[in-house]
Structure formats: structure tokens, C-alpha cells
Ligand binder design. Structure first.
Ligand SMILES: [Cu+2]
Length: 158
């Protein structure tokens, strides 16, 4: 093959490639989910299971192991009051997500962008994502919370 012919063919291939593919590595795909940062205690097994649940739903999840005192302080700074507290607190796209919140509820919040501090599944209800051990199911609600701790049911799981 003549060098000139080869070059012409190579250029034709490059020109035919969609522009987006050339930049795919440096930019996240359109509609990509924001990263989730989880604060939890090092020994929290159900927290790790919740992280797996979130990864399974397409989220990028990072975490920091903190002491119970640090977790409480960090949660309070994020506006998490006792009535919505749980075993872990996470940050995603400016919102705070507390406890075993289903990934679909997080996606709903990111889409609807309610004017709240975040959403929570208070306590650790059996059957919520990451709390499936033993196959027991307890009805629970995902609630929104605002400064001062006022909650409202966001998604009911019953
Ligand atoms: Cu838990």
C-alpha cells in the first residue's frame, strides 16, 4: 500500500468516529450520576452493604471511616437531627443522605431537587437496602428533612 493511500484511509476513519468518543475518557457521560461520599464507622457492616447497593445502582461511591464522635459532629454540621439519624451519613450533589435510603429515592431527589437538606431512613429498619440480613421486612419511610429537623414522608416503603 502506498503511504499516501494509507494516510487517506486513516484520516477517513478518524473523521468517521463520533466526536464524543475522542473525549470520552476526560468527561463523564451525559446524565452520569454524581459521586456519593459516605461517612461511617470502620466496623459498620451494613454501611458497606448500603454502599454496594448504591454502586449496583450506578453511583460512584467513596467513603471515609470516622469515629462515632466525628460522625455525630459531621452529621450535626449537615443538619442531621436525632430524629433522622442513622448509622451513616453521606453527601451527594449538595444533599445529605442519611441511613439505608434506597438508591431509587436518591435518584428521585437528584431529579426533583426538593428544597430540603436531604433525605433519610431514620434508624435501621430491617429490609431496607443493606439491611436484608435474615429476610425480615419492616415497613419504613424515606423522609425529607429540613433545618431544625422537621420531616415529611418522601417515599413510603410498605
Ligand atoms: Cu445500618
Amino acid at each position: 500500500m502506498h503511504r499516501r493511500t494509507f494516510l487517506a484511509r486513516t484520516l477517513a476513519v478518524v473523521a468517521a468516529a463520533p466526536v464524543t468518543s475522542l473525549f470520552a475518557q476526560s468527561k463523564p457521560a451525559a446524565g452520569a450520576l454524581p459521586a456519593v461520599m459516605v461517612y461511617k464507622s470502620a466496623t459498620c457492616g451494613c454501611c458497606s452493604k448500603w454502599m454496594e447497593h448504591m454502586r449496583g445502582a450506578g453511583f460512584t461511591v467513596d467513603h471515609k471511616d470516622v469515629s462515632d464522635a466525628q460522625l455525630t459532629a459531621l452529621s450535626m454540621q449537615s443538619g442531621v437531627t436525632d430524629n433522622v439519624a442513622s448509622c451513616h451519613t453521606a453527601h451527594v450533589d449538595g444533599y445529605t443522605v442519611v441511613g439505608h435510603v434506597p438508591a431509587d429515592d436518591v435518584k428521585k431527589m437528584l431529579k426533583e431537587k426538593p428544597k430540603v437538606l436531604g433525605i433519610a431512613v431514620p434508624g435501621m429498619p430491617m429490609g431496607s437496602p443493606g439491611m436484608e440480613q435474615g429476610g425480615m421486612k419492616q415497613p419504613y419511610d424515606t423522609v425529607t428533612f429540613v433545618k431544625g429537623g422537621k420531616t415529611a414522608v418522601y417515599v413510603s416503603h410498605r
